[in-house]
Each structure stands twice: as C-alpha cells, then as structure tokens.
Design a protein around this ligand. Structure first.
Ligand code: BGC
Length: 354
C-alpha cells in the first residue's frame, strides 16, 4: 500500500512510497484511510523541525488528523465494518505514569507517550491502518468527509474543558470570549464558544476574506488590530496563534477573574520587552488564570464528535478550503492566506459526501 513518510528532523525527506500492509499486531480493526488533514505540526515535521521515528526505524508515516472507513472489525465490538472512524493520536506511556494509568494520556507526566504520525508511532497517512478499539472514535455518518475535523476539534474541546473547570473555581458566569487566530483551531474554538451561548469575538491579521466571512457566518464578531482597542475585557481567551505579542496583549487585557487558555505552539527564539511586574500585578489583583493545553484524551474526542454533529454542516464544509488527492500531496503543503484546512484525500474515488 502507499504511505507518505518522512525521516524526522530531515527537511525535504518526505516521500510517497510503497510499504507492507499494516501488521495484525497493530490491532484487530482494519481501516481504509479516506482523508487526512494537514496542520502546523505536519508542516513543522516536514520542515525537519519536529517528529520522532519509531524505534529502530528511519522513517515515520505522517498523518494524525484522520478519517477512515472500517473494513474489518471483531464481531462482538462497538465498531463495525462500514463505520466512519477517527483514530486517536496519543498512546499512553508504557510505565505508565499516574495520568496515563487513568487514560489521561494528554497529561502524560514522563514524556514517554507516543503519538501517531508525530512521535515514535506511524501515522494515518497510509492507504490502510490497524488499530485497537480503545483508540478509535465513531463519527456521525452524516458528517462524511467533515469527520476529518474531529481531531482538531478534540484539541479545542479539551481547551474548553480546561476553561470550564478553572472558571468553576469560583462563581463563574462568563459572557464574552476572545479567540486569537482564525485558523482551523481558532475557528473551531469559536464554534464551541457559540455552542456555549457566549458572545464570541475572533481576532486575526486578515482584513477580509474567507476567515472574517466564516467568523461572521457563525454569528461571532471579527476583529483585526490590537486587543487593547477591542473596547471590552474578555472573560475567556482561547489563544490560537502562539505569537508572543498577541499572547501578552491578551494576558494584559483579559477581564477580572478571566481564564486564558494557550493552545498555539510558539517556535521560540523571539524575545520581546515587557513589564513583568505590571503583568504579575494585574494577574494577582484580578485573579487571572492562564493555562496551557495540548492534545486530547478519549473524553475530548467524544465531546468533539457531539460538537461536530450539532454544528451547521455547510459552515463546517467551508473550513475545508482545499482537497488534494494523495498522488499530488506536495500541493497540500503550500498554504495561502485564505486556506483554512487543507486535506489529503487518500482514496479520492471513494470520497464520502458531506
Ligand atoms: C496534535 C496533538 C499533539 C501536538 C503535539 C498537535 O498538532 O493535534 O495531538 O499532541 O501536536 O505533538
């Protein structure tokens, strides 16, 4: 079968090659991959800046935002042939640490977790893969190809869970949310904010185009410019840019008792001057909480599956701005300002309708 793989930390090493069928040892469920989403992490891996190959191997199969159709599954389980499914990204560490022991691998404490398509475990960008039932999540069949948005939605479902739980430390009646960044993660975070009946504001650099249109179509308000000029102090901030100046701007302008969740990964190496004392003072005197959030466990995938099933499918389909057939995979790696989510269709001739 065909698979797209890289030599981690080696830029330009990506190649579409033939490889063996997935080993039975990977699990009793056999899935044919339909589509895989490309995100910033994939671009980082492709540029040679991130990623780990499986032990004893040179190459890592890419792909962690997947959608597939079950070809074969044990007769007595909850997953049946024909089901549309998504594979979970992270696997618990083998020790396991106290978090992985209770299946909260997204909080792995010793760093020995593995991640499909990212860290020491082949991803889903192959024509077929095998998996065990605990790591597959069923997708509402009505979603069709839109099910490929489940993994990024699981990441924001976790971020929202963090915000809800931390907000619940005291009386908590949030009204306004600011999402910084209108990429796929930002737009999905905005969707979940709207689903919580909050007044959602999204800030990005673009003056016009697909992103502002998508924000408005959600019933949210779009802004470009500085957070200090918004005219209000948000109760919640979901930070999806990883850009230092935006992060600090948001930390200084969040409302009293506000909760800010960081989801964007900064590249590091940038230094900016800021008044640490003033930041500390306002965070303490205003009970501000800032939390980082990565990855997602099964509970978050399930919350994400419900959120997608409840969303407007026409709006979701506008998030997928390009669909590239596997044979033309290199086209999926270039991004324009108007690209939101680019997906690779692994079996274009079998594409499921949305
Ligand atoms: C993935 C997460 C993963 C993180 C760090 C993200 O792109 O969505 O599942 O934990 O990268 O590797």
């Amino acid at each position: 079968m065909k698979a797209l793989s890289v030599v981690p930390l080696q830029a330009g090493s990506a190649a579409l090659t033939d490889m063996e069928e997935p080993p039975v040892g990977d699990g009793p469920i056999l899935v044919e991959t339909l589509a895989v989403g490309i995100c910033g992490t994939d671009i980082e891996i492709l540029s040679g800046a991130y990623g780990w190959s499986p032990p004893g191997r040179e190459r890592l199969v890419l792909g962690h935002e997947s959608l597939g159709r079950v070809l074969d599954a044990p007769g007595d389980g909850p997953i049946a042939p024909g089901d549309l499914v998504v594979g979970i990204v992270r696997r618990p560490d083998p020790v396991p640490c106290t978090s992985c022991a209770v299946l909260e691998w997204d909080f792995c404490r010793n760093g020995q977790y593995t991640e499909r398509g990212i860290k020491e475990h082949d991803g889903y960008l192959s024509e077929r893969y095998r998996i065990t039932p605990d790591f597959v999540v069923k997708v509402d069949p009505q979603l069709g190809t839109l099910g490929v948005l489940l993994e990024p939605t699981s990441v924001v479902a976790k971020a929202w869970e963090e915000v809800d739980r931390i907000g619940g430390r005291a009386h908590w009646e949030p009204r306004t949310v600011l999402v910084t960044g209108a990429g796929p993660i930002g737009l999905l975070a905005a969707l979940l904010g709207v689903q919580r009946n909050l007044e959602v504001h999204v800030l990005d650099r673009m003056g016009e185009g697909v992103k502002p249109d998508l924000v408005r179509a959600l019933g949210a308000t779009y802004h470009s410019g500085r957070i200090g000029d918004l005219g209000f102090s948000p109760d919640v901030v979901i930070e999806c840019t990883g850009v230092s100046s935006v992060i600090l701007d948001a930390m200084t302008n969040i409302g009293v008792g506000g909760v800010m969740c960081l989801t964007g990964v900064s590249s590091g190496g940038h230094q900016i001057n800021f008044d640490e004392g003033a930041l500390n003072r306002s965070m303490v005197l205003e009970n501000v909480a800032v939390v980082g959030s990565v990855n997602a466990n099964r509970r978050h995938y399930e919350a994400a599956a419900l959120a997608l099933a409840a969303a407007d499918r026409e709006w979701l389909s506008r998030l997928i701005t390009r669909r590239v057939p596997l044979a033309q995979w290199t086209d999926a790696l270039t991004r324009s300002d108007d690209d939101v989510k680019v997906i690779i269709e692994v079996q274009p001739e079998k594409a499921v309708t949305t």
